[in-house]
Design a protein around this ligand. Structure first.
Ligand SMILES: Nc1ncnc2c1ncn2[C@@H]1O[C@H](COP(=O)(O)OP(=O)(O)OP(=O)(O)O)[C@@H](O)[C@H]1O
Ligand SMILES: [Mg+2]
Length: 267
């Protein structure tokens, strides 16, 4: 790990009317690490992702990416900077094939002029070849060959989660945001997801910022963990340090299901 700061979040705050969804949250994600946000339901984790994606504009505070303030970047410009994400509820084109979904995902890289498109200029052909090559590479990497030409609507949920990951990877991100990569997956699929995340970090060198509830997955893949509750930061450290933190245990006791997950992984 180089220690270089890829993403910096400073005093980030977002209010929805009377609700402070994110309250003065600060953290830094270093290049090459898996950095995980945990916290009970409603803690503000997805809202942090939506702020980084520029879906929401912060009430206060700042986010910078490679030293550049994200406030100056339009929402559609975030992907072109090298930030890709998956969603808590899978967002794919249901009536397109796996291959088509990945090709659509690549369009963040296309900066073609209309004339270039119409005349199918050499630069356009080269970009098209590069797109095809990258998409096939991602299909191989995530073992999706079997589903390549299948409509997403016909795929089991667990495979769709991998396709969503593939769509994000096809954009060649430097920073990958994963919102609950294991939600809805069974134990075996969650194990596979852990391997994919480790391979993405180790083999592709992509930095991962993840939100996750499954503490065994969190412990397996995370370098550092930030715990949130009610919009605020509770603790930051290694997975073991954060899970042993008194404030984190207390926050999780308010949520029976989440507390069970925390206990199981510490057992
Ligand atoms: N668009 C919105 N309008 C109003 N309130 C919102 C909106 N989005 C989120 N909130 C509120 O902000 C708080 C944080 O929500 P958020 O979705 O970020 O939580 P989370 O940590 O991702 O929870 P979960 O683990 O359930 O996904 C919650 O109180 C939620 O109700
Ligand atoms: Mg969420």
């Amino acid at each position: 790990m180089s220690g270089e700061i890829l993403l910096s979040v400073e005093d980030l705050t977002l209010r929805f009317g009377g609700v402070v969804a994110v309250n003065k949250v600060s953290f830094e994600v270093r290049r090459g690490e898996v950095f995980t946000l945990i916290g009970p339901n409603g803690a503000g984790k997805t809202t942090v992702f939506n702020l980084i994606s520029r879906i929401y504009v912060p009430s206060a505070g700042a986010i910078s990416y490679l030293g550049r303030p994200l406030a100056s970047v339009a929402p559609h410009g975030v992907a072109a900077l090298g930030i890709a994400r998956t969603f808590q509820n899978i967002e794919l084109f249901e009536h397109a094939t796996v291959l088509q979904n990945l090709l659509i995902g690549r369009h963040v890289h296309h900066r073609r002029s209309l004339w270039g498109e119409l005349l199918f200029a050499p630069g356009v052909r080269a970009a098209e070849r590069q797109t095809r090559r990258k998409v096939e590479e991602v299909i191989d990497f995530l073992d999706l060959q079997h589903y390549r030409d299948t409509l997403v609507a016909g795929l089991p949920y667990g495979v769709r989660k991998v396709v969503e990951l593939a769509r994000a990877l096809a954009t060649e991100p430097k920073l990958l945001l994963l919102d609950e990569p294991s939600s809805g997956l069974n134990v075996e699929e969650t194990g596979d997801m852990a391997f994919w995340i480790q391979d993405i970090k180790n083999d592709l060198g992509i930095t991962v910022l993840m939100v996750e509830h499954d503490m065994s997955l969190v412990s397996k893949v995370s370098d550092r963990v930030l715990a949130m509750n009610q919009g605020e930061v509770l603790a930051l450290g290694t997975p073991a340090e954060v899970q042993a933190h008194a404030g984190v245990i207390e926050a999780y006791l308010g949520s029976a299901e989440d507390a069970g997950s925390l206990r199981r992984s510490r057992a």
